[in-house]
Structures are given as structure tokens and as C-alpha cells.
Ligand binder design. Structure first.
Ligand SMILES: Cc1cc2nc3c(=O)[nH]c(=O)nc-3n(C[C@H](O)[C@H](O)[C@H](O)COP(=O)(O)O)c2cc1C
Length: 178
């Protein structure tokens, strides 16, 4: 089975997540078509029979290129097994109501695009303080303070649970009867 693993990323964590998904798919004997959606690369090559799409939350929204991709592709996506991996910081919150809030990040995106993924996974992202410019580091540090996330800006912090991600992909493949 050929599976499109399409992603959008701003700071690279969602690319890492998409790469891990592609590795799991290939380890299970399938073909993963890893595509950066914003690059304009051809994603219809080989005619994927399923798709896992991944996008990060930045200021409560997903990247515009990802929204545009979904609006354009919703109809074929709705005709094959699909899953959405939403990447955010809030999903790692220690507070239940904040985690609950993070599970609703996809609502508007899915409503507006008409895409109905069969499965949704919420993955925690990363804080890459060492890669932000001064202004961004300041803003993100303040956000981290409010969310009880690490505020040590001298190093990066990764929260992604790689095992849970791999288990999700395995469950998706089983549901897609791949
Ligand atoms: C400028 C900025 C804004 C962000 N806004 C949010 C947000 O509103 N909610 C949230 O849960 N996470 C937020 N995050 C955390 C990102 O989702 C997290 O850093 C993720 O790993 C980014 O993925 P990327 O590296 O693929 O761009 C924000 C991060 C940055 C840098």
C-alpha cells in the first residue's frame, strides 16, 4: 500500500514526526510518500491509497498552506483511509482542561475544509529555544510560563512521545487493512 505522509512545519518538529511515521509505515512493509505540503511537490505520484497528514499549532491555528491543501484535497481524502496528527504544546499540559482544549484545535480546520479523517492523534511538539530569534524566544518563554512548560531558554525541549506515535500508526494501518 502507498501511503501519503503529508506535513506542514514551521520549526521542524512536525517534519521529524512525519519522518517517524514514514519509518513505521516502511517497517510494516508499506511505501510511505513523505511530502512537505508547502513545498508544492507532487504528492499524487504512485496514487496513494491512504494518507496521514500532520500539522503544528502556531498561535491557535495550523499553517495557511496546510489549510489550503485540505480545502483543495478534501474530496479525495474523504474517499480513502486518512488520519490527522495535530502537533501542539498545550496537549502536554498538566491540566486536564488545557489538554481538552488542545483536542479541539482541529475542529475549525476540519469544519472549514470538509475533511473527515478517520483517526486523530494529538502529539506534543517541542520548544526549540536555541533556534528562535530574540523576539520569538521572548514570546514563547512567556507562553511556556503560563503553561508550566520549561522556561530554560539555553537548551531545546522535546515532548513528543515516539512510542505512542508509532502505536497510533500501527493502529491506523490495521484499521486501513493495509
Ligand atoms: C510562535 C509559536 C506559537 C505557538 N503557538 C501555540 C499555540 O497556540 N498552542 C499550542 O499548543 N502550541 C503552540 N506552539 C507550540 C508548537 O505547536 C510546537 O512548538 C510545535 O513543536 C511546532 O511544530 P513545528 O516545529 O513543526 O513548527 C507555538 C510555537 C511557536 C514557536
Amino acid at each position: 500500500m502507498i501511503i501519503l505522509v503529508g506535513y506542514a512545519t514551521v520549526e521542524g518538529q512536525t517534519r521529524r514526526i512525519a519522518e517517524a511515521i514514514a519509518s513505521t509505515i516502511e517497517a510494516k512493509g508499506h511505501q510511505a510518500l513523505l511530502v512537505d505540503i508547502a513545498s508544492g511537490a507532487e504528492y499524487a505520484v504512485g496514487h496513494p491509497q491512504a494518507a496521514i497528514l500532520c500539522a503544528p499549532v502556531h498561535a491557535v491555528r495550523y499553517p495557511a498552506a496546510f489549510q489550503a491543501f485540505l480545502r483543495q484535497e478534501a474530496s479525495w481524502l474523504n474517499g480513502v483511509p486518512t488520519a490527522f496528527v495535530s502537533v501542539s504544546l498545550l496537549i502536554r499540559s498538566e491540566f486536564e482542561e488545557e489538554r481538552e482544549e488542545a483536542t479541539h484545535f482541529p475542529d475549525t480546520l476540519l469544519q472549514e475544509s470538509g475533511w473527515k479523517p478517520g483517526m486523530i492523534h494529538h502529539a506534543a511538539g517541542a520548544l526549540r529555544y536555541t533556534e528562535y530569534d530574540f523576539f520569538k524566544r521572548w514570546i514563547i518563554r512567556r507562553m511556556a510560563e503560563q503553561e508550566n512548560a520549561p522556561t530554560d531558554v539555553t537548551r531545546d525541549h522535546e515532548f513528543t512521545d515516539w512510542q505512542a506515535l508509532s502505536a497510533f500508526v500501527t493502529a491506523f494501518l490495521a484499521a486501513a487493512k493495509a
